[in-house]
Design a protein around this ligand. Structure first.
Ligand code: F6P
Length: 359
């Protein structure tokens, strides 16, 4: 077997399962007698002279169950290719040239980029500049069209379910309406799966604009039935019919979501004499140990990325369909969001068990 050196980096927001990918990459590569360099803090580690650690069996031992990424990550810095509302910007060509020279100096013959849509946009620009790149998709939001599933999503859903289990008991003791705000950006997958598994009564997602009066109807109906509480899961990107997402501008053109739970609580208390509490789950969905499924997916994605390098399939991203890892060109994968279809089977299933979407 011919020996080679490959690189790997984790970029963008972290998510559970990244360390499983790093371990998978390292084990599969070292088995081929390859050397693995792990660049620190996303693409920033590629700036000369290169900020990296050598990944081998000992530096990746005992990391699979750890949340976060042992390499560090960032969604800021010199390599950002997507800003604000998905606007694509060209990374400074001199920055890409610097990264290329670092990789050449270290003898790296293939770079695995583990990241979300923004990081894949950067990876594509690097590929177009002649850098040998392979992508591994990552996001808790599970919103990439090119792959049926991303690791991190299952762990985020597990965090939502755990939170709902806890909120159920306190909500019913106090006979309250309890709102749990969850992540997901423009997609409602985390809210839909978490809400279904956690026994929510109302799930509000960006793809189905809600009517506050319908939410009030559910609360009243449940009160009339003698239910002790009403559990509402709201995705951070959800908005009322005819209304807008609640956004905080953080920098010119950039924004963060979050805060809709409190707004909904206020809207409910203005209309009905009930005690309402809102809880924001936030980054608890991103931190902590990955579930078994995410460890397995992360490992499979890491191994597949090494296979793609072995086959010389640069410019490709690992994807997952019908329980199999596959590949798709990064070009085909980027900028294609997968949202919840309002008539999806999962939505119908939820409606069949009397979950309201506030519509
Ligand atoms: O894309 C993953 C995600 O966790 C979203 O669900 C959320 O809106 C965003 O990242 C939060 O990003 P940050 O960690 O930069 O606040």
């Amino acid at each position: 077997m011919s020996t080679k050196t490959i690189g790997v980096l984790t970029s963008g927001g972290d998510c559970p399962g990244l360390n499983a990918v790093l371990r998978g990459v390292t084990r599969a590569a070292t088995k081929r007698n390859w050397k693995v360099i792990g660049f620190r803090d996303g693409f920033e580690g590629l700036l000369p002279p290169g900020d990296f650690i050598v990944l081998d069996r000992s530096t990746t031992a005992g990391i699979m169950h750890l949340g976060g990424t042992i390499l560090g990550t960032t969604n800021r810095g010199h390599f950002v290719a997507k800003v604000g509302e998905g606007n694509i910007v060209q990374v400074d060509p001199t920055v890409i040239a610097k990264a290329k020279s670092t990789l050449e100096n270290l003898g790296v013959e293939g770079l695995i980029v583990v990241g979300g849509d923004g990081s894949m946009t950067t990876a594509l620009q690097m590929h177009n500049a002649g850098i040998k790149v392979v992508g591994v998709p990552k996001t808790i939001d599970n919103d990439l069209e090119a792959t049926a599933m991303t690791f991190g999503f299952d762990s985020a859903v597990a965090a939502v379910v755990d939170a709902l289990d806890r909120l159920h008991t306190t909500a019913s003791s106090h006979k309250r309406v309890m709102i749990l705000e969850v992540m997901g950006r423009h997609a409602g997958w985390i809210a839909l799966h978490g809400g279904l598994a956690g026994g929510a009564d109302v799930i509000l997602i960006p793809e189905i604009p809600y009517d506050i009066e319908k939410v009030i109807e559910v609360i009243k109906k449940r009160d009339a039935m003698g239910a002790k509480s009403t559990m509402i899961v709201i995705a951070e990107g959800a908005a009322p019919k005819g209304g807008k997402q609640y956004r905080h501008e953080v920098k010119s053109g950039e924004y963060r979501l979050g805060g809709v739970g409190e707004i909904l609580a206020r809207e409910i208390t203005q209309r009905i004499d009930k005690e309402v509490r809102a809880c924001v789950l936030g980054h608890l969905q991103r931190g902590g140990a990955p579930t078994a499924l995410d460890r397995i997916l992360g490992t499979r994605f890491g191994v597949k990325a090494v296979d793609l390098i072995a086959e010389g399939k640069f410019g490709f991203m690992v994807s997952y369909h019908n329980y199999q890892t596959e590949e798709v060109t990064i070009e085909q994968a980027v900028h294609r969001l997968r949202l919840v279809s309002p008539d999806a089977q999962m939505v119908q299933t939820a409606r069949a068990v009397d979950i309201s979407f506030g519509d």
